[in-house]
Design a protein around this ligand. Sequence first.
Ligand code: RNT
Ligand code: ZN
Length: 421
Amino acid sequence: MDASTVEKAYILSRERYAEHGVDADAALVVLSKISLSLPCWQGDDVRGFEKTKEPAYSGGIQATGNYPGRARTVEELRQDLKMAVSLIPGAHRINLHAIYGEFGGRPVARNEFEPEHFRGWLTWAKSEKLKLDFNATCFSHPRAAKGSTLSSPEKEVRRFWIDHVKCCRRIAAFLGRELKAAAVHNLWIPDGSKDRPFDRWTPRLLLKESLDEIFKTEYSPSVMKDSLESKLFGIGSESYVVGSHEFYLGYALANRKIVCLDLGHFHPTESVADKLSALLQFFDELLLHLSRPVRWDSDHVVLLDDEMRRLAEEVVRGRALERVHLAMDFFDASMNRVGAWVIGARAVLKAFLPALLQPQEMLRRAEADGDYFRRLALFEDAKTLPWGAVWDQYCLEQEVPLDGQWHSKIQEYERVVLSKR
Ligand code: RNT
Ligand code: ZN
């Protein structure tokens, strides 16, 4: 389809939306301001660049699949990210994990990670006009092998991880300061137990104390913001997770931190979308880990599915776009990894578009009038309004390929770059 056909279709669609009291041009302006944080760990199956032996996954992190072409070096990862970003409309962020530092070919202990190890990422991010977020890496490490880190019964182990997280917050602040955009530092730990513990209390007390120690150092929210990610269960922590939702909710509220809601970290029938209007009564901001659980926290690539759409609707209806940080969290080693980033990011943006185009005023009125037939009919009819044409126009304006036209770019990249690895 050529540009003028896309534009014609857009003009007709815009009229159709106007009939519903919706301004499609305005929706595209809002969409262009949405910034997603892309998980760097999708590019190499969460391996990172520490110069240790082949890293052994632990903490329930499992990348399955062995599709060829994963990034093996920082240069390859950046090259792949650049390719992915070129196919995603809008301006976005890269989410780094601490194990993705440049350690000069030497083994560097995680409690000695420095901002300098991330200078390369900073320079690259500046040149690519990207912002950065950051995560401590408290898994896949000998000191996490017993299943606990910040809540370990061993003081020395706790000390090690406290120091690691402190290093990571410092690095996040450095990146945020340099890029003039706060980096979100998200903390997820794998601590928990496979079988029923006798004592559920002590590990939580210890985690609380570790966090208090970590957060003694304060940073301006203009350079970094702390978030805490809970989980319901994991592989090896089926019966008990120290950092549960309630634990972090309490901690974050009492200590003015951000909570991170990962779509794979709740009961399968629980709607994360429904939590936004509750949590944002009490919190200024939230972090979302957009992921797709398939029966469990499987970290499949995000799609334009019902849960994503409900989530986007809630953010838009609550006028909360400025208050919700959108990070994606998936790692799938069974397909072209660059393509996976692009599918996920385009799906999230697509979920926001119909949310921005919903006939809000008509819906609000129908609800206020108690006219539930009309409310339900509006929901149903909105599903087939021509938002696809609006999406095409957005891709055109943002100078990225339309749906269906970007696959060949990935295939070509695979042929020329990935298949040579
Ligand atoms: C694990 C958490 C965490 C990780 C990433 C790699 O269950 O979801 O966010 O997926 O930090
Ligand atoms: Zn997550």
